[in-house]
Ligand binder design. Structure first.
Ligand code: 5GP
Length: 211
């Protein structure tokens, strides 16, 4: 069918294991590209500029907003986060499924701009596990943890806006489920309008005896 990739949004509570899930997906299958966002938050220990994020100063980020350099951006826990436009457009054209790991405000903006985007929400198996994963990371201060838990309360209100929920209990199962959902989405009629149109034209030509 069509050779354009699917734009996939992956959201989920902080600590739901999205990062690990995405890395595993990229390792396992070769038709995915993970978009690297820009942010104004400080790098965590071990994070590198251009790998986890492009770390920008606030004024640099605002300049890029002005220049239309992001397909969406949002303010999350006092910092900007945004999806660079060039990379996403290029990879989609090249037939890759492009994954954006972004929060809910950004997800809603993507849905408006790209109605065929696939929206996935990753959940830990239960809330106790969510709390354990978030606080267990040990890289965040208690204030930041509290802020993120409050934010999770807000995000939980928007889950119905997503197409699928992925329960991240067993990593391998979750990766496999995600890939199957994406493959199924790639075959939906509304993501393949051009292909269907060509088939119709061919059929009409055959019916008219032109072919
Ligand atoms: P963290 O600071 O933990 O890396 O990310 C905080 C939140 O920002 C996560 O929910 C993450 O998905 C989201 N995020 C990361 N990049 C972007 C982006 O480019 N746009 C938006 N809207 N959210 C993002």
């Amino acid at each position: 069918m069509k050779d354009k990739g699917v734009l996939i949004v992956v959201s989920g509570f902080s600590g739901a294991g999205k990062g690990t899930l995405m890395n595993r997906l990229i390792d396992e299958y070769n038709n995915y590209a993970l978009s690297i966002s820009a942010t104004t938050r400080a790098p965590r220990p071990g994070e590198e500029d251009g790998r986890e994020y492009f770390f920008l100063k606030k004024d640099e980020f605002e300049k890029r907003i002005e220049a239309g350099g992001f397909i969406e951006y949002a303010c999350y826990c006092d910092n900007y986060y945004g999806t660079p436009r060039d990379y996403v457009e290029k990879q989609l054209k090249a037939g890759k499924n492009v994954v954006l790991e972004i929060e809910i405000q950004g997800a809603m903006k993507i849905r408006q701009q790209f109605p065929t985007a696939l929206l996935l929400f990753v959940m830990p198996p239960d809330v106790a596990e969510l709390k354990r994963r978030l606080t267990g990371r040990g890289t965040e201060s208690p204030e930041v943890v509290a802020k993120r838990l409050n934010r999770a309360v807000e995000e939980a209100k928007g889950i119905e806006e997503y197409d699928y929920i992925l329960i991240n209990d067993d990593l391998e199962t979750c990766v496999k489920n995600m890939h199957e959902i994406v493959e199924a989405a790639r075959s939906t009629p509304y993501r393949n309008e051009e292909f269907i149109e060509n088939i119709r034209e061919e059929l009409e030509a055959i019916a008219k005896g032109e072919k």
